[in-house]
Design a protein around this ligand. Structure first.
Ligand SMILES: *[C@@H]1O[C@H](CO)[C@@H](O)[C@H](O)[C@H]1NC(C)=O
Ligand SMILES: *[C@@H]1O[C@H](CO)[C@@H](O)[C@H](O)[C@H]1NC(C)=O
Ligand SMILES: *[C@@H]1O[C@H](CO)[C@@H](O)[C@H](O)[C@H]1NC(C)=O
Ligand SMILES: *[C@@H]1O[C@H](CO)[C@@H](O)[C@H](O)[C@H]1NC(C)=O
Ligand SMILES: *[C@@H]1O[C@H](CO)[C@@H](O)[C@H](O)[C@H]1NC(C)=O
Ligand SMILES: *[C@@H]1O[C@H](CO)[C@@H](O)[C@H](O)[C@H]1NC(C)=O
Length: 886
C-alpha cells in the first residue's frame, strides 16, 4: 500500500565535541569549509535538458494513485541511449532526433525544462523536476498495453554550481532515482524507495558540475493520468568532515514497566571524511552514567571513507530509566591515533505492558532489528490446563514502518485473543526484499527474540509456542507480472524467468495442503486488484484443496479494521485455539523451488535437488492402517523427515520410489538422510560429511540473493583501486536497500582491518575484481575461472566456453566458501564491465539474478537480452544443464 508518507524523515545531527586542546582542533579544522562565516553555496541549475521517452520493462501493478514504482529491468541496464555512447555522449541540440518505439512518430527530441521551486542557500540546494511527454498518445498505448504501457524512462541534464574556495563534501539525495552521473561518473543504486538512509557522498570542487539523472515514470507521484509525468526532487547538502551520527536512525527498544524490553541498540554512522575511521568505544554521559552497562557488539568498527555503517551496542540499565540517554562515541581517524568524539542523544519511550511495544534483536546478518510485540494479557487464556500460546504474526504492506500507528494498531480488534501478536519489520519499511530471503530471516529472528524478551521482562504470564504461527498480512504479496521486458533468446529467457520464479505462488499451490487459508479482498481494491486473490482461490480449488475466499463488496485496498473483520476474527480465534489439529490430507504433494525457502510438510524437508533448473516434486500417499507412506519423487537428491513439532503421525515404514525402507526420524542434531544415487536408488545415511565445500546446501541455496543469507555482517573486498569506488557503492546500496552492514576492505585501506576476509568472519563475502586479479576459488572444481585470456566457463560434458576480454565485459557469480558460506564475485574486464556487473548485486526485488551471469557490453542497452551466459549451479557447484551459454 502507499504508505510512503510514513517514511521517517532523515537528517544528520552534526554533534561534535572536542577532546583535544582547542589549539590543536583549530589547526585540524582550519579549512574554509568549517568557517561558519564563509559557507559555500550550492546551487542546482534552473535549466534542465530532457531526453525521452524510451520504453522500460516493469513489474506492473494496477491503480494509478497507489501504484508503486517497480522497474527491475532497469537493474540490468536496458537504456537505449547506451547503444550510442550513452546520454553522457549526447549534447543538447534542439533539432536532433532519436528513434524511440513510444515517441510520437517513432521519434523523440530534446526538451528544455525550467524548474520551479528551486532552493539554493549556504550548504544546501534542492530542485524539483516535473515533466511529461504530452505529445505521446498515452491513452492509446494504455488501451492496448495496460498500465505498463504508461511506464517509460528519460534522462535529464543539469548543473550544480559550487562556490567557495575549497572542495565541499556533499550528500546527494536522489529520491525515486536508481542511477545518475556526476561529471560523467556513474552512480548506480540511488534511492529508489526514498529511504534517505544513505545519500551519495562526494567531494565537489568549486565550479560547475554536470548532473545527469535517469528517470522512470513514477505513477505514484502524479497518478495515472493520460499525461504521465515525472515528479522528482534532487537535493544536495553539505556534510561535515567528521563521523556524522544519524540520530533519526536510532533503534532502541521501548521501556516497558520500567525495564528495557531488550538490550540491543543501534545508530547509523556516516564517515564524512576521505579517511578511514575506526570507532573504538561508546560511553554513557550525564548524571545517570553510573547506572549504565554498555558495550559495542564489535570491539572496533572500521568505516571506510564516505561509508555508512550501523553501530550496534548492548545496553543495560540499573535503576529508573530516564526519558533521554546520552552517549559519546570515540573514534580514530586514519592512523592519527587521536580520539575524536561524536555525541548521541537517544529518546526512550516508556510504555505499559498492554501497549504494542517495540523490542530489538539481532538479525542473522549481525544488524540490530526490531519488531512490535503484544504479549497475551488475557488471564482466561492460561487458567486451567497450562498451554503455550501460539503466535499471530502480522506482516505489513510495502512502505509501512512497523513502528507506525497503522501497523501497531492493525490487530487491536483481536487483542485479547489467546495468542502472542508480533509485527516484524523485515528490516525495512519495504520488508527488505518483500519478505523473502532477507525479510523472512528477520521474521524468524524476531520470533526467536521473544524468548529473550520474556527473560528481560521477567515475564510470568502465558507461555509461548514459537513454532505455531497464524500468519496474517496485508498487501505486499507476490502477484505482479513482468511486462514489456526486452526480448531475448528463448533459452536465456527461460533462465531469467526461472530466477524470478522462486516465489511464484501460482505454481506452488499444492504446498497449501494442510494449511488453513482465509483470503479477504476488497472488491473495489484498485491498488492490488481482487483478480489475483480470485485466481489463487481457483488454483487452490483445482488442486483439490480449500481456501476460504471472502470478497467484501464495497471495500477498497485498506479500511480501518481490515484485518479484524468478523470472519477473520473468527478464523484467528479458531486456529489459535485449535492449532494442533492435523489438517494434512491423506495424500499430499510438495513442490520444491530451488530457493528451498520451504519449511517441512508432514515433516519432510528437502535438502538438495538434482538440478535447480526444474522444481523438485514429492508425492505422498499415506496408508494409515499400514502406517506406510508411499513417496514418489522427481528431481530430489536428498531429504530427511523430522517428527518434532510436526502435527501429523509419522509412518513406521516408507516406500520410496518403489523401494521399501525403514522410517528413520531426524531431529536437529541427528539427521538421517534419504539419499538417491545417480542410478536412482535410495539409501539412508547419517554421514554428514557431505556438508562441505564440494556440495551446495543450506544457506548457499537459491539464486544470487542467497548472498543475503549471511550469518554475520557481509565483507566486501576490493582488489584494485579502480574497484574501490564500486565496492563503496555496493556497500552503500546494501545499506540503503536492506540496512545491511558491510565491512569494506579496499585496495587503498590505510588501516589494518580485522582479518583478511575469507575465514575471519562468519559472514558472506563480496569480491570486487578487475582483469586477472581474482583469487582462486576455495573449491578447486569450481567451473568459472578468470585469467588474462578472459573468462572461462566449464560445462559438464561440453568443451569450455571462453569469453575474451573486451571493453565492457563483466560477470557476477556465486562461489562456495567453507562453513555453508558464499562469496559473490563481481568481475569486469575493465571498470565499465565491473560497473555493469555490480548492478546485479541484490537491491530491488524482481530483477531475478540467477547464480551466474556473464554480461556483454550490449546489456547496457539490451538489458538481460544482451547477456552472454547465465544460469545456475547444481548440488555439486557445476553449471546446470539448463543454463544458457552462448
Ligand atoms: C489517442 O488515442 C485515443 C484512443 O485510441 C483516441 O481516441 C484519441 O483520439 C487519440 N488522441 C489523439 C490526440 O490522437
Ligand atoms: C551546465 O553548465 C555548462 C557549463 O557552464 C553549460 O555549458 C551547460 O549548458 C549547462 N547545462 C545546463 C543544462 O544548464
Ligand atoms: C510531486 O511530488 C511531491 C512529493 O511526493 C508532492 O508533494 C507533490 O504534490 C507532487 N506534485 C504534484 C504536482 O503532484
Ligand atoms: C480472553 O480469553 C477467553 C478465553 O479464550 C475469551 O473467551 C475472551 O473473549 C478473551 N477476552 C478478550 C477480551 O478477548
Ligand atoms: C490417495 O491415493 C491413493 C493412491 O493413488 C488412492 O487410492 C486413494 O483414493 C487416495 N485417497 C484420497 C483420500 O484421495
Ligand atoms: C579457510 O577455511 C578453509 C576450510 O576450512 C581452508 O581450507 C582455508 O585455507 C582457509 N583460508 C584461510 C585464508 O584461512
Amino acid at each position: 500500500m502507499a504508505g510512503t508518507s510514513l517514511l521517517a524523515l532523515f537528517f544528520f545531527l552534526a554533534l561534535f565535541k572536542p577532546l583535544l586542546p582547542t589549539a590543536q582542533l583549530a589547526k585540524q579544522f582550519s579549512s574554509p569549509l568549517h568557517d561558519q562565516w564563509n559557507m559555500p553555496t550550492l546551487s542546482l541549475s534552473q535549466e534542465w535538458h530532457i531526453l525521452g521517452p524510451f520504453e522500460i520493462g516493469t513489474r506492473d501493478r494496477s491503480d494509478p494513485d497507489l501504484l508503486l514504482p517497480l522497474h527491475p529491468e532497469a537493474v540490468w541496464g536496458a537504456d537505449p541511449l547506451e547503444a550510442h555512447g550513452g546520454f553522457r555522449a549526447m549534447q543538447y541540440a534542439p533539432e536532433a532526433t532519436f528513434p524511440t518505439a513510444i515517441g510520437d512518430a517513432g521519434l523523440c527530441r530534446w526538451t528544455v525544462l525550467l524548474t520551479g521551486d528551486r532552493i539554493a542557500t549556504d550548504g544546501f540546494t534542492k530542485a524539483t523536476l516535473r515533466f511529461g511527454f504530452p505529445k505521446v498518445n498515452w491513452t492509446f498505448r494504455r488501451s492496448i498495453y495496460g498500465w505498463s504501457g504508461l511506464q517509460y524512462q528519460a534522462w535529464a541534464r543539469g548543473n550544480v554550481t559550487v562556490s567557495g574556495t575549497g572542495p565541499v563534501t556533499s550528500a546527494i539525495y536522489t529520491d525515486g532515482i536508481l542511477e545518475f552521473r556526476v561529471d560523467g561518473q556513474l552512480y548506480f543504486g540511488g534511492d529508489f524507495y526514498s529511504y534517505r538512509r544513505a545519500p551519495l557522498i562526494l567531494d565537489l570542487e568549486p565550479g560547475i558540475h554536470t548532473l545527469e539523472l535517469r528517470f522512470f515514470y513514477d505513477i505514484r507521484a502524479l497518478g495515472g493520468s493520460d499525461n504521465p509525468q515525472i515528479n522528482s526532487t534532487v537535493e544536495l547538502k553539505q556534510i561535515s568532515s567528521r563521523l556524522n551520527i544519524d540520530r533519526a536512525s536510532v533503534l532502541i527498544p521501548d521501556v516497558v514497566e520500567g525495564k528495557l524490553a531488550s538490550p540491543y541498540v543501534s545508530v547509523n554512522a556516516q564517515n564524512g571524511m576521505n579517511k578511514v575511521v575506526r570507532v573504538v568505544w561508546l560511553k554513557p554521559v550525564g548524571e545517570n552514567k553510573a547506572h549504565f552497562d554498555l558495550a559495542l557488539l564489535d570491539d572496533s568498527i572500521t568505516i571506510a571513507p564516505y561509508q555508512y555503517r550501523p553501530l550496534a551496542f548492548k545496553l543495560g540499565f540499573s535503576g529508573r530509566i530516564p526519558a533521554q540517554l546520552s552517549f559519546e562515541i570515540g573514534y580514530e581517524i586514519g592512523l592519527e591515533g587521536q580520539i575524536q568524539i561524536a555525541e548521541l542523544v537517544v529518546d526512550v519511550k516508556h510504555r505499559s505492558m498492554s501497549e504494542a511495544q517495540k523490542f530489538t534483536f539481532l538479525h542473522p546478518s549481525g544488524i540490530v532489528s526490531y519488531a512490535i510485540l503484544r504479549p497475551p494479557l488475557n488471564t482466561s487464556c492460561h487458567t486451567g490446563e497450562k498451554r503455550n500460546l501460539p503466535l499471530v504474526i502480522g506482516l505489513h504492506g510495502a512502505g509501512l514502518e512497523a513502528d507506525g500507528d497503522i501497523v501497531r494498531h492493525m490487530l487491536d480488534g483481536v487483542y485479547g485473543l489467546c495468542a502472542w501478536i508480533l509485527f516484524p519489520t523485515g528490516v525495512t519499511s519495504w520488508s527488505g526484499d518483500d519478505w523473502h530471503t532477507w525479510g523472512f530471516a528477520d521474521v524468524q529472528a524476531a520470533v526467536s527474540g521473544i524468548r529473550d524478551w520474556t527473560k528481560a521482562m521477567s515475564w510470568k504470564g502465558a507461555g509461548i509456542s514459537l513454532s505455531e504461527w497464524v500468519v496474517v498480512g496485508h498487501s505486499n504479496g507476490d502477484y505482479v507480472p513482468f511486462t514489456i521486458w526486452r526480448d531475448a533468446d528463448a533459452s536465456l529467457t527461460a533462465v531469467l524467468e526461472s530466477a524470478r520464479r522462486n516465489f511464484k505462488h501460482e505454481l506452488l499451490t499444492k504446498n497449501f495442503a494442510g494449511i488453513p487459508i482465509f483470503q479477504q479482498h476488497g472488491a473495489k481494491d484498485d491498488n492490488v486488484p481482487a483478480y489475483h486473490s480470485r485466481l489463487m482461490h481457483q488454483l487452490t480449488w483445482e488442486d483439490g484443496l480449500t481456501s476460504h475466499y471472502l470478497e467484501i463488496p464495497q471495500a477498497g485496498h485498506w479500511f480501518d479494521g481490515v484485518l479484524t473483520t468478523d470472519p477473520l476474527t473468527e478464523f484467528y480465534r479458531h486456529y489459535t485455539e485449535d492449532i494442533l489439529h492435523d489438517t494434512l490430507p491423506n495424500n499430499f504433494s510438495i513442490v520444491i523451488p530451488s530457493s528451498m525457502d520451504m519449511g517441512s510438510k508432514g515433516g519432510i524437508l528437502v535438502d538438495q535437488l538434482w538440478t535447480p533448473d526444474i522444481y523438485g516434486r514429492i508425492k505422498v500417499t499415506r496408508d494409515k492402517e499400514e502406517h506406510t507412506w508411499r513417496i514418489k519423487t522427481r528431481n530430489i537428491r536428498r531429504f530427511h523427515i523430522k517428527t518434532k513439532g510436526v502435527r501429523c503421525a509419522h509412518p513406521t515404514k516408507i516406500s520410496l520410489d518403489g523401494s521399501e525402507l525403514v522410517f528413520t526420524s531426524s531431529n536437529d542434531d541427528d539427521i538421517a538422510w534419504y539419499v538417491q544415487n545417480a542410478a536412482g536408488y535410495w539409501a539412508i545415511s547419517r554421514d554428514d560429511g557431505w556438508r562441505g565445500l564440494s556440495e551446495r546446501y543450506g544457506r548457499q541455496l537459491g539464486a544470487m540473493d542467497a548472498i543475503l543469507r549471511t550469518q554475520g555482517h557481509l565483507t566486501i573486498i576490493s582488489r584494485s583501486i579502480v574497484g574501490d569506488t564500486v565496492a563503496l557503492q555496493i556497500s552503500r546500496n546494501l545499506f540503503q536497500y536492506f540496512a545491511a552492514d558491510c565491512e569494506l576492505i579496499t585496495a587503498v585501506s590505510t588501516l589494518p582491518v580485522s582479518g583478511s576476509g575469507s575465514n575471519s568472519t562468519l559472514g558472506n563475502t563480496i569480491v570486487v575484481a578487475i582483469g586477472d586479479k581474482l583469487d582462486h576459488p576455495q573449491l578447486p572444481t569450481f567451473p568459472i575461472s578468470v585469467s588474462n585470456k578472459g573468462l572461462k566457463l566449464n560445462k559438464p560434458s561440453r568443451t569450455a566456453v571462453e569469453y575474451e576480454p573486451e571493453p565492457g565485459l563483466g560477470a557476477v557469480f556465486l562461489r562456495p566458501l567453507a562453513g555453508e558460506r558464499l562469496e559473490l564475485v563481481i568481475w569486469g574486464a575493465d571498470l565499465e564491465g565491473l560497473q555493469q556487473a555490480a548492478r546485479l548485486v541484490p537491491t530491488l526485488t524482481g530483477a531475478g539474478q540467477p547464480d551466474f551471469v556473464v554480461l556483454s557490453p550490449s546489456c547496457r542497452w539490451k538489458g538481460g537480452g544482451g547477456v552472454y551466459a547465465a544460469g545456475f549451479f547444481d548440488f555439486s557447484w557445476q553449471i546446470s544443464s539448463g543454463s544458457y551459454l552462448s
